[in-house]
Design a protein around this ligand. Structure first.
Ligand code: 9Z3
Length: 345
């Protein structure tokens, strides 16, 4: 009853504290918190930099006994690839990812169109090994993966729903707080803007016999606000802003994809507005269609465009390498001066 009352502010927007009161925490939250606590303690003692990478999309269920849900798009490429480069720069990484989305190191193999059996071959003695076609390519990746595991530099934490994500985000951030400026948050996950609060959700499968379905979704509270101002106020926070190109519908009914100049021109002001609103260190703006080639880093002081040439794309250069290189530098300045960028005077 009280929860229902709290929801009714007339605009369908609740505050972050109320969200945690009305939603049910994920069942494995205590176990995840315990492993994150051990990981942070270990890396704090080693004086390592630590980054929380969030990756993949969140899911919003439409029923308590869920049959249907709404999903946010992200394969997890940005997060998984960036995590590898953070590890190369000496960061310990908490990789908080959507279940079954791409993961660092295995990302080039798990979601390929090949069946995993195609990576194997039968030896003359009837034993099984990695096929000659893939084995040599896999060795450097395998060695890197083994090394980060042995050195306890990479921790995996999984989420599926928006609620899992937000409970985990709050817990992990609070556990990381003692890392202060050595902690970075790299919030690449695609997070739902709308959800159905638990007290308003249908218990069982919504029946099609009742006719057409009209959905009302409430707005998700803006969690970047408490994250920046309370949970991780002394740390280095990087969020992402994604934007779409437009579709033009032709008279024939086909959808022509047109990356209108206006869309990319809107992205930077929108990203800057997010930076001003929350007061964190960096917003990375990316268009969904060009995200593997172009991004803009927006800080209080400057805009930095990172662009890969056609040749670099053919050479399989990954834009995340450039992003992480730039962040490593700026995080270093933040650790030593408390600012993300050298300011003249
Ligand atoms: C992004 O913008 C990511 O770069 C992508 C990566 C989701 C586009 P993929 O893994 O996709 O390469 O398939 N993530 C953030 C999107 C988001 O939800 N941002 C929130 C917002 O814009 C703020 S945290 O309000």
């Amino acid at each position: 009853m009280a929860a229902q009352h709290l929801l009714d502010n007339g605009q369908g927007v609740i505050d972050p504290d109320t969200y945690f009161e009305i939603q049910t925490p994920p069942p494995n939250l205590a176990q995840d918190e315990a492993k994150v606590r051990d990981f942070v303690k270990y890396n704090l003692a080693k004086n390592n930099r630590l980054v929380l990478v969030t990756s993949g999309g969140t899911q919003v269920p439409l029923e308590n006994q869920t049959v249907r849900f709404i999903d946010n798009f992200s394969a997890g490429t940005r997060g998984a690839t960036s995590a590898e480069y953070f590890l190369e720069y000496g960061y310990a990484v908490i990789f908080m990812h959507r279940q079954h989305s791409l993961q660092p190191y295995s990302r080039n193999y798990t979601h390929s169109t090949n069946c995993f059996l195609d990576y194997l071959e039968l030896k003359p003695d009837d034993s099984m090994g990695v096929s000659q076609a893939i084995g040599p390519k896999l060795i450097p990746t395998f060695k890197k993966y083994q090394s980060v595991k042995q050195r306890n530099m990479l921790l995996f934490v999984e989420f599926t729903t928006l609620t899992d994500y937000l409970f985990l985000l709050r817990s992990i951030t609070l556990i990381m707080a003692p890392m202060k400026s050595k902690a970075m948050y790299y919030l690449a996950a695609a997070v739902s803007d709308f959800f159905i609060p638990a007290p308003k959700m249908a218990e069982h499968k919504i029946q099609s016999s009742e006719g057409a379905l009209t959905l009302h979704l409430d707005q998700v509270p803006k969690f970047l606000k408490p994250l920046v101002s309370q949970w991780a106020s002394e740390s280095f926070i990087v969020s992402f802003k994604a934007s779409h190109a437009s579709y033009i519908t032709c008279p024939s009914g086909t959808h022509l994809f047109a990356q209108l100049e206006t869309d990319s021109r809107l992205l930077v002001p929108k990203a800057r507005a997010a930076l001003t609103r929350y007061g964190h260190q960096i917003v990375i703006g990316n268009m969904l269609t060009t995200r593997k080639r172009d991004v803009t880093l927006i800080t209080k002081e400057d805009d930095v465009e990172i662009h890969l040439t056609d040749q670099e794309l053919r050479d399989e250069v990954e834009i995340e390498e450039r992003i992480v290189k730039e962040l490593y530098k700026r995080h270093g300045m933040f650790i030593s001066t408390g600012k993300s960028c050298a300011v003249d005077g």
